[in-house]
Design a protein around this ligand. Structure first.
Ligand SMILES: Nc1ncnc2c1ncn2[C@@H]1O[C@H](COP(=O)(O)OP(=O)(O)OP(=O)(O)O)[C@@H](O)[C@H]1O
Ligand SMILES: [Mg+2]
Length: 282
Protein backbone atom coordinates (compact mmCIF):
# COMPACT_ATOMS: atom_id res chain seq x y z
CA UNK A 1 0.00 0.00 0.00
CA UNK A 2 1.23 3.51 -0.61
CA UNK A 3 -0.77 6.37 0.93
CA UNK A 4 -3.85 5.49 2.92
CA UNK A 5 -4.42 2.08 4.26
CA UNK A 6 -7.78 0.30 3.83
CA UNK A 7 -8.92 -2.20 6.48
CA UNK A 8 -6.73 -5.10 5.53
CA UNK A 9 -5.89 -8.56 6.70
CA UNK A 10 -3.16 -9.69 4.34
CA UNK A 11 -1.44 -6.64 2.84
CA UNK A 12 1.69 -8.41 1.62
CA UNK A 13 -0.08 -11.04 -0.46
CA UNK A 14 -0.38 -10.26 -4.15
CA UNK A 15 -3.79 -11.34 -5.39
CA UNK A 16 -4.00 -12.08 -9.10
CA UNK A 17 -7.38 -11.63 -10.78
CA UNK A 18 -7.94 -12.54 -14.44
CA UNK A 19 -10.88 -11.00 -16.27
CA UNK A 20 -11.97 -13.63 -18.75
CA UNK A 21 -14.87 -14.69 -20.95
CA UNK A 22 -15.44 -17.17 -23.70
CA UNK A 23 -17.33 -14.57 -25.73
CA UNK A 24 -15.88 -11.36 -27.18
CA UNK A 25 -17.17 -7.83 -26.69
CA UNK A 26 -18.81 -8.49 -23.32
CA UNK A 27 -17.03 -5.68 -21.48
CA UNK A 28 -13.81 -7.31 -20.20
CA UNK A 29 -11.55 -4.38 -21.05
CA UNK A 30 -14.10 -1.84 -19.84
CA UNK A 31 -14.36 -3.77 -16.56
CA UNK A 32 -10.57 -4.16 -16.27
CA UNK A 33 -9.87 -0.42 -16.69
CA UNK A 34 -12.69 0.80 -14.46
CA UNK A 35 -12.21 -1.85 -11.77
CA UNK A 36 -8.45 -1.21 -11.66
CA UNK A 37 -9.17 2.50 -11.21
CA UNK A 38 -11.77 1.83 -8.50
CA UNK A 39 -9.43 -0.52 -6.57
CA UNK A 40 -6.58 1.99 -6.80
CA UNK A 41 -8.87 4.81 -5.60
CA UNK A 42 -9.73 2.62 -2.62
CA UNK A 43 -6.02 2.53 -1.76
CA UNK A 44 -4.96 -0.83 -3.16
CA UNK A 45 -1.66 -0.78 -5.03
CA UNK A 46 -2.90 -2.16 -8.33
CA UNK A 47 -1.14 -3.38 -11.47
CA UNK A 48 -3.21 -3.80 -14.63
CA UNK A 49 -1.63 -6.14 -17.18
CA UNK A 50 -3.02 -6.11 -20.70
CA UNK A 51 -2.69 -9.55 -22.25
CA UNK A 52 -4.94 -8.89 -25.23
CA UNK A 53 -2.72 -8.93 -28.35
CA UNK A 54 -4.88 -6.07 -29.69
CA UNK A 55 -3.59 -3.97 -26.79
CA UNK A 56 -7.09 -2.87 -25.86
CA UNK A 57 -6.26 -1.38 -22.47
CA UNK A 58 -3.48 0.74 -23.95
CA UNK A 59 -5.79 1.76 -26.78
CA UNK A 60 -8.56 2.78 -24.46
CA UNK A 61 -6.25 4.75 -22.14
CA UNK A 62 -3.57 6.30 -24.34
CA UNK A 63 -2.19 5.91 -27.84
CA UNK A 64 1.33 6.40 -26.45
CA UNK A 65 0.87 3.51 -24.01
CA UNK A 66 -0.31 1.31 -26.90
CA UNK A 67 3.09 1.68 -28.59
CA UNK A 68 5.22 0.93 -25.51
CA UNK A 69 6.86 -2.47 -25.12
CA UNK A 70 4.99 -4.59 -22.61
CA UNK A 71 3.82 -8.05 -21.58
CA UNK A 72 4.44 -9.90 -24.88
CA UNK A 73 7.90 -8.32 -25.28
CA UNK A 74 8.81 -9.63 -21.82
CA UNK A 75 7.40 -13.08 -22.66
CA UNK A 76 9.17 -13.32 -26.01
CA UNK A 77 12.54 -11.80 -25.16
CA UNK A 78 12.92 -12.83 -21.54
CA UNK A 79 13.40 -9.10 -20.72
CA UNK A 80 12.59 -8.05 -17.15
CA UNK A 81 8.99 -6.88 -16.88
CA UNK A 82 9.39 -4.34 -14.07
CA UNK A 83 11.12 -1.66 -16.22
CA UNK A 84 8.25 -1.92 -18.73
CA UNK A 85 5.61 -0.98 -16.15
CA UNK A 86 4.12 2.48 -16.71
CA UNK A 87 3.01 4.85 -13.97
CA UNK A 88 -0.38 6.54 -14.19
CA UNK A 89 -1.50 9.83 -12.63
CA UNK A 90 -2.93 7.78 -9.77
CA UNK A 91 0.06 6.66 -7.67
CA UNK A 92 -1.67 3.38 -6.71
CA UNK A 93 -2.37 2.37 -10.33
CA UNK A 94 0.30 1.07 -12.71
CA UNK A 95 0.04 -0.48 -16.15
CA UNK A 96 1.89 -3.15 -18.13
CA UNK A 97 0.74 -2.76 -21.72
CA UNK A 98 0.36 -5.69 -24.12
CA UNK A 99 3.35 -4.64 -26.26
CA UNK A 100 4.22 -6.62 -29.38
CA UNK A 101 3.27 -10.23 -29.92
CA UNK A 102 5.67 -12.48 -31.84
CA UNK A 103 3.64 -12.34 -35.08
CA UNK A 104 0.10 -11.94 -36.38
CA UNK A 105 -0.34 -15.70 -36.16
CA UNK A 106 1.32 -16.57 -32.91
CA UNK A 107 1.61 -14.54 -29.71
CA UNK A 108 4.74 -16.34 -28.50
CA UNK A 109 7.84 -17.31 -30.49
CA UNK A 110 8.61 -20.98 -31.10
CA UNK A 111 10.50 -22.56 -28.23
CA UNK A 112 9.23 -20.03 -25.68
CA UNK A 113 7.96 -21.69 -22.52
CA UNK A 114 5.09 -19.28 -22.01
CA UNK A 115 4.07 -20.91 -18.73
CA UNK A 116 7.57 -20.39 -17.29
CA UNK A 117 7.68 -16.80 -18.60
CA UNK A 118 4.36 -15.98 -16.92
CA UNK A 119 5.65 -17.47 -13.65
CA UNK A 120 8.82 -15.37 -13.98
CA UNK A 121 6.87 -12.17 -14.68
CA UNK A 122 4.58 -12.82 -11.71
CA UNK A 123 7.51 -13.46 -9.43
CA UNK A 124 9.15 -10.19 -10.56
CA UNK A 125 5.88 -8.36 -10.01
CA UNK A 126 5.71 -9.95 -6.53
CA UNK A 127 8.87 -8.01 -5.57
CA UNK A 128 7.00 -4.71 -6.03
CA UNK A 129 4.46 -5.57 -3.36
CA UNK A 130 1.33 -4.88 -5.36
CA UNK A 131 -1.86 -5.71 -3.51
CA UNK A 132 -3.61 -6.84 -6.63
CA UNK A 133 -2.61 -7.71 -10.18
CA UNK A 134 -5.42 -7.60 -12.73
CA UNK A 135 -5.14 -9.32 -16.10
CA UNK A 136 -7.28 -8.20 -19.01
CA UNK A 137 -7.43 -11.17 -21.38
CA UNK A 138 -8.68 -11.59 -24.96
CA UNK A 139 -11.90 -13.57 -25.54
CA UNK A 140 -11.63 -17.36 -25.21
CA UNK A 141 -8.95 -19.51 -23.70
CA UNK A 142 -6.51 -19.44 -26.63
CA UNK A 143 -3.03 -17.92 -26.72
CA UNK A 144 -1.58 -17.50 -23.24
CA UNK A 145 -4.94 -17.11 -21.48
CA UNK A 146 -5.01 -20.71 -20.22
CA UNK A 147 -1.58 -20.23 -18.62
CA UNK A 148 -2.59 -16.86 -17.15
CA UNK A 149 -5.69 -18.42 -15.59
CA UNK A 150 -3.64 -21.31 -14.27
CA UNK A 151 -1.45 -18.84 -12.35
CA UNK A 152 -4.28 -16.57 -11.19
CA UNK A 153 -5.96 -16.75 -7.81
CA UNK A 154 -9.32 -15.58 -9.10
CA UNK A 155 -11.32 -15.22 -12.31
CA UNK A 156 -13.91 -12.54 -12.90
CA UNK A 157 -16.30 -13.36 -15.75
CA UNK A 158 -18.18 -10.47 -17.35
CA UNK A 159 -21.36 -11.67 -18.98
CA UNK A 160 -23.62 -9.66 -21.25
CA UNK A 161 -27.19 -9.78 -19.95
CA UNK A 162 -28.67 -11.43 -23.04
CA UNK A 163 -30.04 -14.96 -23.51
CA UNK A 164 -27.41 -16.08 -26.06
CA UNK A 165 -24.58 -15.07 -23.76
CA UNK A 166 -25.72 -17.54 -21.12
CA UNK A 167 -24.56 -20.48 -23.21
CA UNK A 168 -20.89 -19.74 -22.69
CA UNK A 169 -21.03 -19.77 -18.86
CA UNK A 170 -20.92 -23.58 -18.41
CA UNK A 171 -17.81 -23.67 -20.65
CA UNK A 172 -16.01 -21.11 -18.50
CA UNK A 173 -16.96 -22.95 -15.29
CA UNK A 174 -15.78 -26.24 -16.80
CA UNK A 175 -12.45 -24.67 -17.84
CA UNK A 176 -11.91 -23.41 -14.27
CA UNK A 177 -12.78 -26.85 -12.86
CA UNK A 178 -10.30 -28.43 -15.29
CA UNK A 179 -7.52 -26.06 -14.19
CA UNK A 180 -8.23 -26.78 -10.52
CA UNK A 181 -8.15 -30.53 -11.11
CA UNK A 182 -4.81 -29.90 -12.82
CA UNK A 183 -3.37 -28.23 -9.73
CA UNK A 184 -4.31 -24.56 -10.24
CA UNK A 185 -5.57 -22.55 -7.25
CA UNK A 186 -7.96 -20.48 -9.35
CA UNK A 187 -11.37 -19.66 -7.87
CA UNK A 188 -14.30 -17.93 -9.50
CA UNK A 189 -14.58 -14.48 -7.93
CA UNK A 190 -17.94 -14.06 -9.63
CA UNK A 191 -19.95 -13.48 -12.76
CA UNK A 192 -20.55 -9.83 -13.52
CA UNK A 193 -23.56 -8.90 -15.61
CA UNK A 194 -22.67 -6.17 -18.08
CA UNK A 195 -24.57 -3.91 -20.48
CA UNK A 196 -27.71 -4.49 -18.41
CA UNK A 197 -30.77 -2.67 -19.71
CA UNK A 198 -32.86 -2.60 -16.58
CA UNK A 199 -35.89 -1.36 -18.50
CA UNK A 200 -35.85 -4.31 -20.94
CA UNK A 201 -37.96 -7.35 -19.97
CA UNK A 202 -35.40 -9.69 -21.69
CA UNK A 203 -32.66 -8.43 -19.38
CA UNK A 204 -34.86 -9.14 -16.36
CA UNK A 205 -35.51 -12.65 -17.73
CA UNK A 206 -31.77 -13.28 -18.14
CA UNK A 207 -31.09 -12.12 -14.59
CA UNK A 208 -33.85 -14.39 -13.24
CA UNK A 209 -32.63 -17.32 -15.36
CA UNK A 210 -29.04 -16.84 -14.21
CA UNK A 211 -30.04 -16.65 -10.57
CA UNK A 212 -31.93 -19.93 -10.92
CA UNK A 213 -29.16 -21.67 -12.90
CA UNK A 214 -26.12 -20.64 -10.94
CA UNK A 215 -25.23 -22.02 -7.56
CA UNK A 216 -25.61 -19.49 -4.76
CA UNK A 217 -23.26 -16.58 -4.75
CA UNK A 218 -21.69 -16.89 -8.18
CA UNK A 219 -23.53 -13.88 -9.58
CA UNK A 220 -22.18 -10.60 -8.24
CA UNK A 221 -24.62 -8.04 -6.83
CA UNK A 222 -22.93 -5.26 -8.81
CA UNK A 223 -24.22 -5.04 -12.39
CA UNK A 224 -22.91 -2.75 -15.11
CA UNK A 225 -25.71 -0.87 -16.88
CA UNK A 226 -25.65 -0.26 -20.63
CA UNK A 227 -24.72 3.40 -20.81
CA UNK A 228 -23.40 5.58 -23.67
CA UNK A 229 -20.89 7.17 -21.24
CA UNK A 230 -18.69 4.06 -21.67
CA UNK A 231 -18.12 4.96 -25.32
CA UNK A 232 -17.46 8.58 -24.33
CA UNK A 233 -14.96 7.45 -21.68
CA UNK A 234 -13.08 5.13 -24.02
CA UNK A 235 -12.88 7.79 -26.77
CA UNK A 236 -11.53 10.20 -24.15
CA UNK A 237 -9.09 7.51 -22.94
CA UNK A 238 -10.15 7.67 -19.29
CA UNK A 239 -11.91 5.48 -16.76
CA UNK A 240 -15.51 6.62 -16.14
CA UNK A 241 -14.49 8.05 -12.78
CA UNK A 242 -12.32 10.65 -14.55
CA UNK A 243 -14.77 11.54 -17.30
CA UNK A 244 -16.33 14.53 -15.56
CA UNK A 245 -15.75 16.46 -12.40
CA UNK A 246 -18.83 14.69 -11.10
CA UNK A 247 -18.43 11.11 -12.29
CA UNK A 248 -21.51 9.58 -13.98
CA UNK A 249 -23.68 7.23 -11.92
CA UNK A 250 -22.30 4.18 -13.80
CA UNK A 251 -18.83 4.91 -12.38
CA UNK A 252 -20.10 4.06 -8.90
CA UNK A 253 -20.94 0.51 -9.99
CA UNK A 254 -17.20 -0.16 -10.06
CA UNK A 255 -16.84 1.06 -6.46
CA UNK A 256 -19.57 -1.41 -5.51
CA UNK A 257 -17.84 -4.11 -7.56
CA UNK A 258 -14.46 -3.35 -5.94
CA UNK A 259 -16.03 -3.52 -2.47
CA UNK A 260 -17.68 -6.87 -3.27
CA UNK A 261 -14.47 -8.31 -4.69
CA UNK A 262 -12.40 -7.14 -1.71
CA UNK A 263 -14.51 -9.48 0.40
CA UNK A 264 -14.62 -12.34 -2.10
CA UNK A 265 -10.87 -12.19 -2.70
CA UNK A 266 -10.26 -11.89 1.03
CA UNK A 267 -8.51 -8.54 0.62
CA UNK A 268 -10.74 -7.53 3.50
CA UNK A 269 -12.39 -9.93 5.91
CA UNK A 270 -16.16 -10.03 5.66
CA UNK A 271 -17.56 -8.21 8.65
CA UNK A 272 -19.45 -10.62 10.94
CA UNK A 273 -22.08 -7.96 11.60
CA UNK A 274 -23.53 -6.63 8.34
CA UNK A 275 -24.97 -3.66 10.23
CA UNK A 276 -21.51 -2.55 11.27
CA UNK A 277 -21.08 1.22 11.09
CA UNK A 278 -18.52 3.82 11.96
CA UNK A 279 -19.65 6.65 14.24
CA UNK A 280 -18.99 10.16 12.97
CA UNK A 281 -17.91 11.15 16.51
CA UNK A 282 -17.08 9.17 19.64
N1 LIG B 1 -21.88 -1.08 -20.02
C1 LIG B 1 -21.67 -0.66 -21.27
N2 LIG B 1 -22.54 0.16 -21.90
C2 LIG B 1 -22.34 0.57 -23.16
N3 LIG B 1 -21.26 0.23 -23.90
C3 LIG B 1 -20.35 -0.59 -23.35
C4 LIG B 1 -20.49 -1.08 -22.00
N4 LIG B 1 -19.43 -1.86 -21.72
C5 LIG B 1 -18.67 -1.86 -22.83
N5 LIG B 1 -19.20 -1.11 -23.79
C6 LIG B 1 -18.69 -0.91 -25.15
O1 LIG B 1 -18.76 -2.19 -25.80
C7 LIG B 1 -17.59 -2.41 -26.58
C8 LIG B 1 -16.91 -3.72 -26.12
O2 LIG B 1 -16.46 -3.54 -24.78
P1 LIG B 1 -15.05 -4.12 -24.31
O3 LIG B 1 -13.98 -3.75 -25.27
O4 LIG B 1 -14.87 -3.73 -22.90
O5 LIG B 1 -15.35 -5.67 -24.44
P2 LIG B 1 -14.29 -6.88 -24.38
O6 LIG B 1 -14.99 -8.02 -23.73
O7 LIG B 1 -13.03 -6.42 -23.78
O8 LIG B 1 -14.06 -7.17 -25.93
P3 LIG B 1 -12.95 -8.18 -26.54
O9 LIG B 1 -13.48 -9.56 -26.31
O10 LIG B 1 -12.91 -7.80 -27.99
O11 LIG B 1 -11.67 -7.92 -25.81
C9 LIG B 1 -16.73 -1.17 -26.43
O12 LIG B 1 -16.99 -0.30 -27.51
C10 LIG B 1 -17.22 -0.55 -25.13
O13 LIG B 1 -17.04 0.88 -25.12
MG1 LIG C 1 -11.04 -6.50 -24.48
Amino acid sequence: MQNHEPAIECAQIVITLAITSQKGGVGKTTTAVNLAYALAKRGWHTLLIDTDPQGSVGLSLSERARKCPGFYDAVNTGAPALPLILQTRLPELELLTAGQTHSFFSVAAEGINAEAEIRRILSEVGQRRYDIVLFDTPAGLGGLTGSILRHSNFALVPQQAEPLGLRSIPQVLEALRFLRRDGSQIELAGILLTMVQQDQPQAQDVIRELRSLLPGRLLLDAMVPRDPVFLQASSAGVPLGLLHRHPPASAHVFDQLAAELEVRMRLKSPTPDTNEFTRLMD
